[in-house]
Design a protein. Sequence first.
Length: 452
Amino acid sequence: MIVGMILEPIPATAISFIAVTICVIGSNYLLFDAKELADPAFNAQKQALKWGLAGFSSTTVWLVFGAFIFALGYEVSGLGRRIALFLVKFMGKRTLTLGYAIVIIDILLAPFTPSNTARTGGTVFPVIKNLPPLFKSFPNDPSARRIGGYLMWMMVISTSLSSSMFVTGAAPNVLGLEFVSKIAGIQISWLQWFLCFLPVGVILLIIAPWLSYVLYKPEITHSEEVATWAGDELKTMGALTRREWTLIGLVLLSLGLWVFGSEVINATAVGLLAVSLMLALHVVPWKDITRYNSAWNTLVNLATLVVMANGLTRSGFIDWFAGTMSTHLEGFSPNATVIVLVLVFYFAHYLFASLSAHTATMLPVILAVGKGIPGVPMEQLCILLVLSIGIMGCLTPYATGPGVIIYGCGYVKSKRLLASWRNLRGDLHLYVAVGWLADSRHVELIRSPNAE
């Protein structure tokens, strides 16, 4: 499965589905030990099937599904496009502020759009791609330097930043929390995640557009055309519709319950409540939900990956691997061990073209290694690992789904831009590392009785 996740000869969801099926059929050899099989009351096939389907009862999996339906609501109602156009209209007169607008758009959509491909590639990109031609900046042409390259790069930055800022900003985040809970016994809530990333997130929000502007300054720095175009598009859309107002209300309700109502109602229940209200209030028709392939694909993918991670633990592989690897880290201080493990996890993403595949393959192993080494602060290790998942999207052009779309449009190709990208990427990584390692207060947020 791990090899398949790296090479992806077929879709990752198909790989994980096949892997679960094989484990269920071969459960006598792959899942259960001799003691269990020797028990006359133990029904191996029944227990194997129960194990194989357990992922579909995971609350984290259904939280992601609910957030996907929110994303569908943004798309169907047109609210996502309206938000993007509104910010472009009021911040598009200067290229630098337009860069900030792109980041803000992505962040506003991220809490309710767990697919960064759908968010950046499906909502933000269709709006922003119309801007460069207004300045005669075209793909696969020297004119891309005028403004197109900067705008496309800002979308790469924005999707990486927004994916790490919220648990529901990217599906692998929720998968990561499931692994942290199962392997390390640590619980991280929606609000705790947000508060942990917020100090670094604010720094990156302020620094990234400006630093990109300095390192790869576009030839066009001021213009009225962008704001005018966005205003014309908003006029074409007309006033806010009843469907959009309803969705705004549901977004505020859900966000309020996620932030302030965690002791009263589970985060997943909030998501399912929002989906139910969207159906009842005709924001999203059921037929559109049944046709929303990315939501169902992610549901199956996450459910099967959660099961496989549990299988690794059940079979004893995690404990064995942790014991083996921990011997190679003897002599390191606990903090040095945390840094090494986070760096290994982070830069291993060069081998992957999917954040989900990387998280499913590497995170359980890294967590197990950390857990097997005495003295390692697991709270700190866990938060550093999961908060780094989204930021990995800026490592390579294929590091995340939106990157493939953005680079495929032809604006980001010059050697100078790629060199600037490497410089910026190094600076961003420095800010992230210093911010997280210097501020240990976030560790207090996620201490759990389960971790004792």
